[in-house]
Write a protein that binds this ligand. Sequence first.
Ligand code: ADP
Ligand code: ADP
Length: 226
Amino acid sequence: MAEVDLTSVGKVYPDGTRAVTDLNLSIADGEFLVLVGPSGCGKTTALRMVAGLEDISEGTVAIGGRAVNRVPARDRDVAMVFQSYALYPHLSVRDNIGFGLSLRKLPKREIRQKVDHAAEILGLTDHLHRKPRNLSGGQRQRVAMGRAIVREPQAFLMDEPLSNLDAKLRVQMRAEIARIQRDLGVTTIYVTHDQTEAMTLGDRVAVMKKGELQQVAPPQELYDRP
Ligand code: ADP
Ligand code: ADP
């Protein structure tokens, strides 16, 4: 777990598109921050810079006090969950969740324990032997989250993780995500264009518009601005 700090962060893509301007944001240790705003406002770009997946054009992003652009990719301790689950179809749920740990060559017994623990948190214990094609959308989403949390990352980053689910499942998974984040206590940034999702999930909500931060506040203190 760690604090995430963005200081004067900006992004200009190689084609000259400015996606993010002077973004200043501190996410406390264990906090759940939702980044919300209309499509194209720069949410994904901001998140990808935190993840170290995108070059930072201006300013700095620090995780646990270390600037991410100075940390080699393999040492970066963040986990990201996308809307497309990208599960390995030929692997069981257990092996999908444990995949990153086996790459790290952890002892088999330790991997087993960690996967069992993640599965318990995610309600997947009875599905560990299954293949992704035999799971529901919500279960697949949980496996993707399992793969992320099993690594015990310093920060947990989610980009519209529920957008492929139907409305009913989305509401259900929203509650699950809130619970899981509380259980783990991991610093979380959650990107969505859905205002209801933002209001129900975040400890604080950061509203972006045209690449800039409009306001940051707990959900009950947010106000509408034209
Ligand atoms: P959001 O996640 O809020 O929908 P994005 O971060 O995806 O916003 O995009 C912000 C802006 O940057 C948009 O104008 C988008 O078209 C542009 N953009 C995103 N990726 C690239 C890229 N690889 N090259 C150029 N422009 C991009
Ligand atoms: P989002 O769901 O965040 O709005 P998009 O559908 O806008 O994502 O973008 C999908 C992919 O296309 C991303 O990898 C993004 O970086 C890239 N992209 C978006 N806009 C542009 C652009 N103007 N030029 C090049 N790539 C872009």
